[in-house]
Design a protein around this ligand. Structure first.
Ligand code: PMP
Length: 281
């Protein structure tokens, strides 16, 4: 497998990661996951913009130009003959003697790899079960940090309960999934949590909002409650890996069954069309 290390593409065996990396000590780093359809990278610019924003919020310097990173990402795809899957890119603050306070002179450590992964079409058709649980994360969920323990705990609870994803709430206000955003439909209007420090502003979320507006579906970026979630006409979740996926069963802090609906289907088709338009896939 060919991977990215700093500014170069090399084989896995040639990577020499520093033992004192702050990524290992503190989870002090950020990442992006970008989808590849038929060998073409989808939504690269918004992903790179979000990466730059995460770096700024972390007070980390970009190790090199975003354009160079974009080139290296396509090189990972090409070197590994990736057709359908994703690219994972991570930038940690760098290596130094362990101390909470970081030095400004550190050299960030860039790593990246490609992974084959098909779109889960069966889940997209049939819907998933979501585990509804409290959001125990910190208050800067807008940063795409590799520090993901809150998300990991909830994903594990979901898996143990036979659910495919978690839907998290803070004191009854729904925020997002463990690795996705949540939308509901109520009387033909789409609702999703506003993009503030309580959620990660998903790239798929932004595409869906844009496609909904183009299709004349009213969108309100407003938080909704657990009661509204349970009473909604449709529920779906969005992320880079499963795109637009309906939630048909809720368990955990709530129990409900919500069949996949027309607006979800319309947005699935619109998202597929956007992918085809950008990548030809
Ligand atoms: N929220 C969280 C917490 C996530 O981890 C992800 C996946 N990166 C998302 C939302 C969805 O983001 P995207 O659509 O950019 O994959």
């Amino acid at each position: 497998r060919y991977v990215l290390f700093h500014e170069s593409i090399m084989t896995e065996q040639d990577v020499q990661l520093p033992l004192y990396d702050r990524g290992y000590f503190f989870g002090d780093g950020i990442y992006e996951v970008v989808r590849v359809y038929q060998g073409k990278i989808f939504a690269l610019t918004p992903h790179l913009n979000r990466l730059k924003r995460s770096m700024q919020e972390m007070d980390m310097p970009m190790p090199y130009e975003a354009e160079t990173l974009a080139k290296r990402m396509q090189e990972i795809v090409d070197a590994n003959d990736l057709t359908n899957g994703y690219i994972y890119v991570q930038i940690t603050r760098g290596a130094e003697e362990r101390s909470h306070v970081y030095s400004q002179e550190l050299t960030p450590v860039v790593t990246g790899f490609a992974q084959e992964a098909e779109v889960p079409v069966v889940l997209q058709q049939e819907g998933i079960t979501a585990w509804v649980a409290d959001d125990i994360r910190w208050l800067r969920c807008d940063i795409k940090t590799i520090n993901l323990l809150g998300n990991i705990f909830k994903k594990k609870e979901a898996q143990d309960a036979g659910a495919q994803e978690a839907i998290m709430h803070r004191d009854g206000t729904v925020t997002e999934g463990a690795s996705s955003n949540v939308f509901i439909v109520q009387n033909g209007t789409l609702f999703t949590h506003p993009a503030n420090h309580f959620i990660l502003n998903g790239i798929t979320r932004q595409y869906v909002i844009n496609e909904a507006e183009k299709a004349g579906i009213p969108v309100r970026e407003e938080a909704f409650s657990l009661e509204e979630l349970a009473a909604s006409d449709e529920i779906f979740m969005t992320n880079t890996s499963f795109e637009v996926t309906p939630v048909t069963t809720l368990r955990g802090d709530l129990t409900a069954n919500v069949p996949a609906g027309e607006i979800t289907r319309t947005l699935q088709r619109a998202f597929d069309a956007a992918v085809e338009h950008e990548t030809g896939a």
